[in-house]
Design a protein around this ligand. Structure first.
Ligand code: HEC
Length: 155
């Protein structure tokens, strides 16, 4: 599983910025992720994330990209790099200056906590500095979290 996730992450990196002009001779651009690979990664996630829509999750992450990178070694922007966020103690991305509220919090990020945080960051952890209203739709959060699980996987 880890190997699959790593491979997917690397493929995602490799495909960054490439223009894909599929022809019959090259059904798939080099480095592009096949539908089968995405489906396999999704199927390996715990329910309900195994039923998520990856493309919708990627679209939902557009709301986060201005502030967050998700690739391994990605820069901190307005918000911290999110690589490896699942299983990570809150507020511990390297070299990021967190608010006092986040520094004082003490838990490990898992899907349920991410779900609460993304539904309403301010009610989940009052006083934090993430200027983001939240994702109201349960389905959109499911898709987004599945996308985060796949894309933030540690190697
Ligand atoms: C306007 C910028 C901004 C946007 C948009 C934004 N964030 Fe954040 N995010 C932050 C900041 C700033 C923090 C640190 C908060 C603090 O220290 O109080 C943060 C913290 C986080 C954390 C906690 C990380 C840790 O290391 O504990 C997660 C997880 C997170 N954001 C996910 C997301 C996701 C997913 C989205 C999109 C739905 C998103 N954020 C949208 C700015 C943003």
């Amino acid at each position: 599983m880890r190997q699959i996730l790593l491979t997917l992450s690397l493929l995602a990196l490799a495909s960054c910025g490439q223009s894909t002009t599929p022809t019959s001779a090259t059904p798939q651009a080099p480095g592009a992720r096949s539908t089968d690979e995405i489906q396999a990664a999704l199927a390996a996630l715990p329910a309900p994330y195994s039923d998520a829509n990856y493309d919708e999750g990627r679209r939902a992450f557009a709301q986060c990209r201005s502030c967050h990178t998700i690739n391994a070694g990605g820069a901190n922007r307005v918000g911290p790099n999110l690589h490896g966020v699942f299983g990570r103690e809150v507020g511990t991305a390297a070299s990021f200056n967190y608010s006092q509220a986040v520094q004082d919090a003490d838990f490990v990020w898992d899907a349920d906590r991410l779900d609460d945080w993304l539904a309403n960051p301010q009610s989940f952890l009052p006083g934090n500095r993430m200027a983001f209203a939240g994702v109201r739709s349960d389905e959109q959060r499911r898709d987004l979290i599945a996308y985060l699980m796949i894309e933030s996987a540690e190697d």
